[in-house]
Design a protein around this ligand. Structure first.
Ligand code: ADP
Ligand code: MG
Length: 317
């Protein structure tokens, strides 16, 4: 079996070009362009909590980086570098090779370089830290939503939660549909290009990791505003749209693991928003508006209140 340093050398050491120094020394060295701020975010994936043991290691490598890139996307930051802290029960080379393949494929797609990390024996645990750059003062934050702004969301919502319900045995889907929603859960695509295109256009943004209602709540609290959310306007896949309405709403409003961007923008920016969606190759949906106050009202197409009994995911609630 390979030792710690052999594993690092074989699976996690690659030449870097954007970073000044990658794996191998006590620190990595990362260049940031003049006038830019470093955007830093860290997300941990714990087996049984954030992923099921049934996930293919290649998809796990993808998802571990994807959820972190999603945070850079939400801030409108350009990805630069990442580190990987990995606890592994065994030095299983097939697992590590497949994990690294998934991780580097997504890294290459986004021009982000793995520049360091830590490797230890222990219960499977993956912690990636990403570093990106954003023009000083130009980051998209959660605190900029203002009354009158439109509320927008990218892509479709709820498929990852639908897949989770299939794994839990509460929903049955035909094989092909299950594969579609399973991909949404295991292979989320971070909306980096959209985040970049929304700089200077959106007034606030967040990535949807813990469920729309909970994540929107973070924006509302940070911005000191309320919102009206149009439940029937929310974008959903054909697979989810074929499910009972209550399940659709649960998946879209409380689902989690969507990794789409939720953002606000002034109505004067509508054309700029749609242009940003086109540049990023993504459908964007206007799904409500920001109002004065603190309350979140969720209404259906008839304007009637949609009762909500769940909020965002909380590990300790
Ligand atoms: P230190 O003792 O200084 O913490 P280590 O011996 O843990 O250094 O790691 C040696 C080098 O390998 C360092 O440059 C570290 O950043 C890198 N490294 C360790 N584990 C990983 C990993 N899983 N992925 C990428 N780089 C790693
Ligand atoms: Mg170390």
């Amino acid at each position: 079996m390979a030792g710690e340093f052999e594993l690092i050398a074989r699976f996690f050491t690659r030449p870097v070009s954007r970073a000044a120094l990658g794996v191998g020394d006590d620190c990595a060295l990362v260049r940031v362009d003049a006038g830019m701020q470093l955007a830093v975010s860290c997300d941990m994936l714990v087996e049984g909590r954030h992923f099921l043991s049934t996930v293919a290691p290649e998809r796990l490598g993808h998802k571990a980086l994807a959820v972190n890139l999603s945070d850079l996307a939400a801030c409108g930051a350009e990805p630069l570098a990442c580190t990987l802290a990995l606890a592994l029960p065994r030095a299983d080379e097939h697992f590590i090779a497949a994990f690294a393949r998934g991780l580097f494929a997504l890294a290459d797609a986004h021009g982000i370089e793995l520049v360091g990390g830590d490797t230890a024996a222990g219960p499977l645990n993956i912690c990636i830290t990403v570093f990106g750059q954003v023009p000083a003062g130009g980051a998209l934050l959660r605190d900029g939503a203002r009354p009158g702004d439109d509320l927008w969301v990218s892509g479709t919502l709820g498929d990852a939660r639908l897949a989770l319900e299939v794994f839990r045995g509460s929903v049955a889907l035909p094989g092909e549909q299950f594969e579609t929603v399973r991909r949404a859960m295991e292979l989320p695509q971070p909306r980096v290009a959209l985040g970049l295109a929304l700089r200077g256009v959106a007034s606030s943004a967040i990535d949807l990791s813990d469920g729309l209602v909970g994540d929107l709540g973070h924006v509302l609290r940070r911005s000191g505003v309320g919102a009206v959310l149009q439940a029937d306007a929310l974008p959903r896949s054909a697979v989810l749209a074929a499910q009972p309405q209550a399940l659709q709403r649960l998946c879209m409003l409380a689902g989690g693991d969507d990794y789409e961007l939720l953002f606000t923008a002034a109505p004067a920016q509508r054309e700029a928003v749609l242009a940003a969606g086109q540049r990023a190759g993504l459908a964007l949906t206007r799904c409500g508006g920001i109002v004065a106050g603190q309350a979140l009202r969720i209404v259906d197409a008839a304007g009637d209140e949609v009762p909500v009994s769940w909020s965002g995911f909380d590990h300790f609630a």
